[in-house]
Design a protein around this ligand. Structure first.
Ligand code: MIC
Ligand code: SF4
Length: 657
């Protein structure tokens, strides 16, 4: 990674370890972001760790995922979040102000800074030249308290963007193309740096579309240099003073370079049910569409929506089709109103939603049974839309708008008026931060407001010296955190773990929760067995926290994604990987397993497993740093921090000293 942008930023923030790909490093975090679905737990953990005051340069808490407030639970979460932000020193972006990643880009992000967010799409900030990563809430709580964030020093891959877009092709098509090459698995521990002569023509919001969906590749983060485009964006946001130029050195060393000729790209779509099932829109044309949703943190910037409006102008969608438009932020919403585009959307028959995650996380706008929904967001995992058999395709705003008018999947190139699409960023964005609440100077008297849905963060018991228990589920490849811990209508229980745990693996095995409770009552451990890329997708730590509450002690998988593996450790669950695929094949649901020498073997990196049902012994990989082993032994990061009465700085550093 010598001379790369990644090296520059990481070296200037290095707190622990050596900057060598594959080894564990700890870096200082300048900025944090949390959102309402992960933030309540992050702040509850911050409180439980005894952190007195936020010490990161900037912490922003966003209310954006669940703003429907059906029932008191969600409204109570928001009230808690606002009061706890004021008490500890975070900015609070109120419900209605926009999606965290869009607002952070507009109002807070700064080139060269590190950003840690309790949301997997935090790397959106890479569009501004930030080293921005997603993590579990408790890791973000530690970072808010001034502690470093630990992860594996990455290898750096360069993607060189060359040439110019052909009409109707846009940033979404670049990242879908890259997803078709790199896929959603096998990219753990990689950072993607974008370069090439096409960068000069790519605006910050377009870059952010690309870095946003780096999350779907499973990379640590993606980032762009900070250049004239960055300066233009920040100046238009009245933040010119936040600009610093940043570029890799000319002889920078990359592990691999991938060239993308923009001139050869065509409109693309990710077909159900994975962001890497990519096909040219031209091959899908003619397929009947029931719903089109334009929005989300991927493609709801001002220019995205202005381009969609230009296509819809003066036309109406057919009565068989539902068109939903969701601006990414209140700034975008205001500018759509000022430009007249809002009127265009209304006249076209669009349903306008407030700027939130909404449909993207299954909070409303579930498609009809078996319905085809074209969406501009980033994830189309099975069932995530709220309709189990919904068929979600991920596309650009141009393809979405063209298809909405036709009522069928339409290649926008057939519209033939690309020259009328706006491409230039506005000189000035509408800046109005009145829905961002600044933390008060003297917070001591602020009362933290809790409703009945605000529980306590659950705790685990220390890891025993040996484990014995049952495999209660055997899964295949690419099991996402949406499979493990559904969101949508269950989102309101994020701060009530007793309730939320009832829904673990709900869509795969509705009995899973009850079976775990039975094992727990019998004093037996629960094991999860999975294939490749277990835990991809969302950073929700609930996908580790709730299994922990159900007595899960280890996940044995072929590979585990970065954020989820870290979350498992944070909640005292062993993330173990098979050394031989045959060992995965040989395991079956309900097998009785034993790890008789866990205590002695933890440090050695290999753990012996006896399959008592099949009378078979095998070893699994347990590559943990000293810090991770200490956390696991204590039964998770919260115990580790609280029992040792350490500062977040020391607790994140691990060890007992
Ligand atoms: C998502 O896109 O899946 C989410 C909802 O934003 C999650 C966070 C969460 O589950 O709260 C993410 O991407 O990390
Ligand atoms: Fe929200 Fe969807 Fe973005 Fe997640 S991916 S932050 S749910 S808009």
């Amino acid at each position: 990674m010598k001379g790369t942008l990644t090296e520059k930023i990481l070296r200037s923030h290095l707190a622990h370890g050596k900057l060598e790909p594959g080894s564990e490093i700890g870096i200082r975090i300048d900025q944090t972001l949390t959102q309402d679905a992960t933030g309540t737990m992050a702040f509850l953990q911050l409180e439980a760790m005894g952190i007195a005051r936020i010490r990161a340069e900037l912490a922003v808490s966003y209310a954006d995922h669940n703003t429907l407030q059906m029932g008191f639970e969600n409204a109570d979460d928001h009230r808690y979040l606002q009061s706890v932000a004021a008490r500890y020193g975070a900015y609070y972006s109120r419900a209605g102000n926009g999606i965290c990643h869009q607002v952070h880009l507009e109002r807070f992000g700064k080139p060269g800074k590190t950003l840690l967010g309790s949301d997997s799409h935090t790397p959106t900030g890479g569009g501004l030249g930030m080293f921005a990563m997603g993590a579990g809430g408790i890791d973000v709580a530690v970072a808010m308290g001034g502690g470093p964030y630990y992860f594996t020093a990455p290898r750096v891959v360069r993607v060189s963007l060359e040439g110019a877009f052909r009409p109707w092709v846009s940033a979404k098509d670049i990242i879908l193309h890259i997803l078709s090459i790199l896929t959603t698995k096998g990219n753990v521990g990689t950072v993607i740096e974008y370069g090439g002569e096409a960068l000069a023509r790519l605006s910050v919001p377009e870059r952010a579309t690309i870095t946003n969906m780096g999350a779907e590749l499973g990379v640590t983060t993606s980032l762009f240099p900070s250049d004239e485009q960055t300066k233009r964006f920040l100046s238009a946001q009245k933040r010119g003073k936040d600009f610093t130029p940043l570029a890799p050195e000319s002889g920078a060393v990359y592990q691999r370079t991938i060239e993308v000729d923009l001139g050869k790209l065509e409109p693309l779509a990710a077909c159900p049910h994975s962001p890497d099932s990519v096909a040219p829109v031209s091959k899908l044309r003619g397929k009947r569409v029931d719903q089109v949703c334009i929005g989300s943190c991927t493609n709801a910037s001002y220019l995205d929506l202005m381009r969609a409006a230009a296509i819809l102008k003066g036309k109406r969608v057919p009565p068989s089709l539902n068109l939903v438009v969701v601006p990414g932020s209140r700034q975008v919403q205001l500018m759509l109103a000022e430009s007249g585009a809002l009127k265009t959307f209304i006249e076209a028959g669009a349903r306008l939603m407030e700027p939130t995650c909404g449909f993207c996380i299954g909070m409303g706008q579930a498609p009809v049974s078996g319905g085809v929904s074209l969406r501009t967001n980033n994830r189309n995992f099975e069932g995530r839309s709220g309709t189990a058999d919904g068929q979600v395709y991920l596309v650009s705003p141009e393809t979405a708008a063209a298809s909405a008018l036709a009522g069928e999947i339409t290649d926008p190139r057939t519209l033939g008026l690309a020259s009328r699409l706006p491409r230039e960023l506005p000189k000035k964005f509408a800046v109005d931060d009145s829905m961002i609440v600044e933390p008060p100077r003297s917070p001591e008297k602020i009362e933290i407001l809790r409703g009945p849905n605000i529980g306590q963060p659950p705790k685990n018991s220390p890891l025993p010296g040996a484990l014995r228990g049952k495999v209660l589920i055997k899964l295949g490849d690419k099991v996402t955190t949406d499979h493990i811990m559904p969101a949508g209508e269950r989102l309101k229980y994020r701060s009530n773990i007793g309730k939320y745990s009832q829904f673990v693996f709900e869509r795969i095995d509705p009995e899973f929760h009850a079976k775990c409770r039975k094992e727990q009552a019998a004093g037996s451990a629960v094991f999860i067995v999975a294939g490749e890329s277990y835990g991809q997708g969302s950073s929700r730590e609930h996908a580790a926290m709730c299994p922990m509450a159900l007595g899960v002690k280890a996940v044995l998988a072929r590979t585990i994604e970065r954020i989820h593996a870290a979350n498992l450790i944070n909640f005292g669950i062993l993330p173990l990987t098979f050394m031989d695929p045959a060992d995965y094949q040989a395991l079956e649901k309900d097998d009785e397993l034993e790890m008789p020498r866990l205590e002695q073997e933890l440090a050695a990196g290999r753990i012996t497993v006896n399959n008592l049902t099949r009378n078979r012994e095998f070893k699994v990989k347990a590559d943990f740093s000293g810090r991770q082993s200490a956390i696991l032994k204590d039964g998770g990061l919260l115990n580790h921090a609280v029992s040792a009465k350490k500062t977040p700085e020391a607790c994140a550093a691990g060890g007992k000293a």
